[in-house]
Design a protein around this ligand. Structure first.
Ligand code: PMP
Length: 461
């Protein structure tokens, strides 16, 4: 503890934090946890309190905290050469690009950036320029979904479908359209399981026709909407969207920023749905957040439209830190660890255990719906199971606080639009133990049982 706090007093640190730090999402955060160390799934704050991080930071520390070989990989690369711009080349970057293409199943060209937002911005720019170069310059529009999150920059935020994140910053990038999400629990088309004709996928066809399909550059979607409330589509949804894209000549961009690198129980989220995207964007799990890095993987034949233009129409895009050699070395080590410890398979098994245990909460009066995908889950809370009246953000905060008091950190969906901010989220590191999964769920059950409307019913644990 002494070493981790580096001799600083907590009081002094809090004073300085209050004075100088502008926190993301909570600028007036008066009492942030000051985390000083991490090991496996556990974090320790300045007072020596330990917390189990069941949301992996921001869905990103997939291999867990405190891996010494990651620190070593970074230090060694810094020692060799700390920086090379991507106008040139370096060994960790070359090796990583090959590895990413292989993880995707081959046939992709890799462009590096630093964050998920930048990876998506690059995807939009590549798609627009690609269509310019093949003589279809009017294709510029992108279709995404309400409830989706694609990043904080002006283009990625325009693709985002969450009102509260966008208002006050508008107008954003232009040419972004939204369709309703595949939200079976509250079907935007008023359908149920029996009457469903996957209108949520067919709507892309309709929108492309109404917009003029020759103006649509692509669709961007996550395999499941993660941060926006764990919205899991029907099994054939992505395949149908790809067919519609192909029919109209639009590209399918799959945002794997959260789902990629094992979270889905497969290497990539789209591998669960038998679809080959035209462009794949990735970040978080690429380095397990040990260092910032993201990538935009582009189908080789799209890249050819740039390569074969004789250098006249190259991609006019530069990113100083994108593909930093230290981050690439860290990513290579991260992927090596995931392969060596078979963490993708382990995440899949952990995910099954989590789903199984969570189902015991289904009868709880506040639990409206439980949705899982790989080793990630969303528990949608309602105040009335019949009417599905969404639980208030106050209620969600109570559950999160009760969990935290018991040493468990969980997440909530990032869509803060009133009435939509009622999904608790779990996405622990892949090094979790099965018993820890059980403990997470029983802690959640205790937290739920402390809510005011709870009538003492057994929650099945
Ligand atoms: N896409 C998705 C699906 C994300 O969850 C996020 C981040 N939460 C982003 C893009 C943006 O990533 P970043 O915060 O690294 O810019």
């Amino acid at each position: 503890k002494e070493a981790a706090t580096q001799g600083h007093s907590k009081q002094r640190m809090l004073e300085k934090d209050r004075k100088y730090v502008w926190h993301h999402m909570s600028p007036h955060n008066e009492g942030p946890m000051i985390i000083v160390s991490g090991e496996g799934c556990w974090l320790t704050d300045m007072d020596g309190n330990r917390y189990y991080d069941a949301i992996s930071g921001l869905w990103c520390v997939n291999i867990g905290y405190g891996r010494k070989e990651m620190a070593k990989a970074a230090a060694e690369q810094m020692d060799n050469v700390a920086y090379v711009p991507m106008t040139q080349a370096h060994i960790p970057g070359i090796e990583l690009a090959e590895r990413i293409s292989e993880w995707l199943g081959g046939g992709y060209r890799i462009l590096f950036s630093n964050s998920g937002s930048e990876a998506n911005e690059a995807a939009f720019k590549i798609a627009r320029q690609y269509f310019n170069q093949i003589g279809q310059p009017e294709r510029h529009k992108f279709i995404s979904r309400h409830r989706a999150y694609h990043g904080s920059s002006m283009g990625a935020l325009a693709a985002t479908g969450q009102a509260q994140r966008k208002m006050r910053y508008e107008p954003l990038g232009t040419g972004f359209l939204h369709v309703p999400p595949p939200y079976c629990y509250r079907c935007p088309f008023g359908q149920n399981k029996d009457s469903c004709r996957m209108e949520c996928a067919e709507i892309y066809d309709q929108v492309m026709e109404w917009e003029g399909a020759q103006t649509v550059a692509g669709v961007i979607l996550e395999p499941v909407i993660t941060g926006g409330g764990m919205i899991v589509p029907p099994q054939d949804y992505m395949k149908r969207v790809k067919e519609i894209c192909d029919k109209h000549g639009a590209l399918l961009i799959v945002d794997e920023v959260i789902c990629g690198y094992g979270r889905s129980g497969r290497r990539f989220g789209h591998h669960n749905f038998g679809v080959q995207p035209d462009i794949v964007t990735m970040a978080k799990g690429l380095t397990s957040a040990y260092s910032p890095l993201s990538a935009t993987a582009v189908r080789e034949d799209l890249y050819d439209a740039f390569r074969l233009s004789g250098g006249l129409d190259h991609f006019r895009h530069i990113n100083t830190f994108g593909g930093n050699p230290v981050s690439c070395a860290v990513a290579n080590k991260n992927l090596e660890i995931i392969e060596r410890e078979r963490l993708v398979d382990h995440a899949s098994e952990l995910g099954r255990r989590l789903r199984d245990r969570l189902m015991s909460l289904a009868s709880h009066p506040y639990v409206g719906d439980i949705r899982t995908f790989g080793f990630a889950a969303g528990i949608e809370l309602v105040e009335d199971k019949e009417t599905k009246k969404p639980a208030s953000s106050d209620l969600i905060a109570k559950v999160m606080t009760a969990c935290k008091q018991r040493g468990l950190l969980i997440g909530k969906n990032g869509d803060t639009t009133p009435g939509y901010a009622n999904v608790l989220t779990l996405a622990p590191p892949f090094v979790a133990a099965f018993e820890e999964v059980d403990w997470m769920v029983s802690t959640l059950a205790i937290a739920l049982s402390m809510l005011p409307l709870y009538d003492g019913k057994e929650v099945g644990l």
